[in-house]
Design a protein around this ligand. Structure first.
Ligand SMILES: *[C@@H]1O[C@H](CO)[C@@H](O)[C@H](O)[C@H]1NC(C)=O
Ligand SMILES: *[C@@H]1O[C@H](CO)[C@@H](O)[C@H](O)[C@H]1NC(C)=O
Length: 467
């Protein structure tokens, strides 16, 4: 449940640096994955980014305060457990155990990062920390604690980078009060704060902003950048790409010349997770009043396991016609529902809900979910650092092309990838760089033409095993 990026901030940084630039963005204007819709009679739900994650001086938290966004405090332990037989059980002992083991993983990862040891996967880390899931409920607990956060399984995720990433936002970078998550429930939508910031720069119908325009080709050389869109051609001194890493991976945009191999390797090795919230609106509330309900799916690890009560105390009002229950799917489960019709997904979810609550529950009057992965403008929700991507790969992914095309967006933030603050902060950083290019000379960027295995002594000297 990390964020999704927005392109807005990024390009804005450039403009507020008083550069005369044109901003191109596709059909969703400047808001990227900050999108909200109505469901039921009168409720506003977020299809993309939904949480302020990391409080304190996190710039997204400061924007929340500046615009008085209505939010609710997330309590992850305000939780009901329903087992694979549909029986309510007390899963808190195992849930606490998971949290303790996960803290142990974080301690190990932090130490290993300090010692410059190689990365290890989420699964390896959880196993080293002593967590071994043994039941469908354990799987649900693990899915909630891991996949539901990273957007992908522990098998494919990095332990080192995800630990540094989480600690940066929640404990090290934004001050002593940074540990917390606020869910946006403002009827103006989360995007309101970005629209307001954009309004500081753009006038209504501003000609510099090209809406409903698709970028087809980016051509770059030592002296300029030429952008071919489906409507026109723009020649510029510099360009800032805010394409999602998924769009870069899917080759939806043509690059002339093709990007160098060292950069492509960095891009192709990274992951854009797909995190899909499915909202159902019911005439009555038949689920528990806790913020979350965990269901131990008997056959498939974590599938339809994490349900969120949008009418929990402090969230949407209770006793109205809008009773909203939301379930999240990630990765392959998300791709699967994207390929199904809304009606098919609803039927499948109703089967699950009847296993949880019995046969006599009402049908929903609405179902809403985004299809981020199939959408060529997005190709996913937010990035996740996979095992196998080195930090040098990441630097290669971020490195500019010929000091003419620069890259920003949440995935380009080594520290805050996956979070809104990553999008916001890399936008500011890249804007500063481009400003420097314009005013004097581009700053030096690093990249690694070839990456080699680290051969420390230990990996080549045979050692006797002492038992
Ligand atoms: C709709 O929701 C808004 C914001 O939550 C509230 O102020 C308004 O009174 C609601 N309108 C109706 C008709 O329920
Ligand atoms: C669940 O079990 C824990 C101990 O594992 C206990 O502290 C807690 O009170 C129990 N909760 C309920 C609702 O029974």
């Amino acid at each position: 449940m990390k964020l999704s990026s927005i392109a807005a901030a990024l390009s804005l940084g450039l403009l507020s640096g008083a550069v005369n630039a044109e901003i191109i963005h596709t059909k969703v204007a400047i808001l990227g994955r900050a999108q909200n819709v109505k469901i039921g009679t009168n409720s506003t739900i977020e299809l993309g980014c939904n949480w302020v994650q990391g409080l304190g001086t996190n710039p997204i938290n400061l924007l929340r305060q500046k615009y008085n966004l209505k939010t609710a405090v997330t309590h992850y332990d305000d939780l009901t457990f329903i087992d694979e037989h549909g029986k309510k059980v007390n899963g808190s002992a195992r849930n606490n155990e998971f949290s303790e083991r996960y803290s142990k993983l974080e301690d190990m990862a932090t130490q290993r990062a300090k010692d410059n040891q190689v990365d290890f996967s989420g699964r390896t880390g959880m196993s080293l920390a002593g967590w071994f899931p043994k039941s469908p409920m354990d799987d649900a607990i693990e899915y909630f604690g891991y996949d539901w956060e990273m957007g992908e399984t522990p098998e494919v995720s990095s332990s080192t980078f995800s630990t540094l990433n989480g600690l940066a936002s929640y404990s090290t970078d934004f001050g002593p009060d940074s540990d917390g998550d606020l869910m946006n429930i403002d009827p103006r939508g989360f995007r309101y704060i970005f629209l307001q910031e954009a309004a500081r720069v753009f006038k209504p119908n501003d000609k510099r902003l090209k809406l409903k325009t698709k970028v087809k080709t980016v051509e770059y050389d030592k002296n300029k950048v030429t952008i071919y869109t489906d409507k026109d051609t723009i020649i510029a001194d510099y360009a800032i790409s805010t394409f999602s890493v998924g769009v870069l991976q899917h080759r939806d945009v043509q690059w002339k010349p093709e990007m160098p191999d060292w950069k492509l390797e960095g891009i192709f090795g990274f992951h854009l997770a797909t995190y899909t919230k499915i909202f159902l609106s019911f005439p009555t509330q038949f689920w528990d009043n806790t913020q979350y309900t965990l269901y131990a799916n008997p056959t498939t690890r974590g599938l339809y396991s994490v349900w969120q009560n949008m009418n929990a105390p402090g969230f949407f009002p209770q006793g109205t016609k809008d009773n909203i229950f939301m379930v999240t799917v990630t990765q392959d489960y998300a791709y699967r529902v994207e390929s199904m019709t809304d009606a098919q997904v609803q039927a499948e979810l109703m089967d699950v809900l009847r296993s949880m609550y019995g046969k006599n529950i009402p049908e929903p009057n609405a179902i809403v979910f985004p299809r981020w992965h199939s959408d060529p403008l997005f190709r996913g929700s937010y990035s996740n650092w996979p095992i196998g991507e080195l930090d040098q790969h990441h630097e290669n992914m971020v490195a500019p092309l010929n000091n003419r095309v620069f890259f920003s967006g949440e995935a380009m933030s080594k520290r805050y990838y996956g979070f809104l603050q990553g999008a916001w902060i890399t936008g500011g950083q890249v804007a500063t760089k481009v400003n420097q290019c314009i005013k004097s000379k581009c700053p030096v960027s690093t990249y690694y033409p070839k990456l080699y295995n680290a051969k420390a002594q230990g990996s080549i000297v045979k050692r006797e095993v002492v038992v």
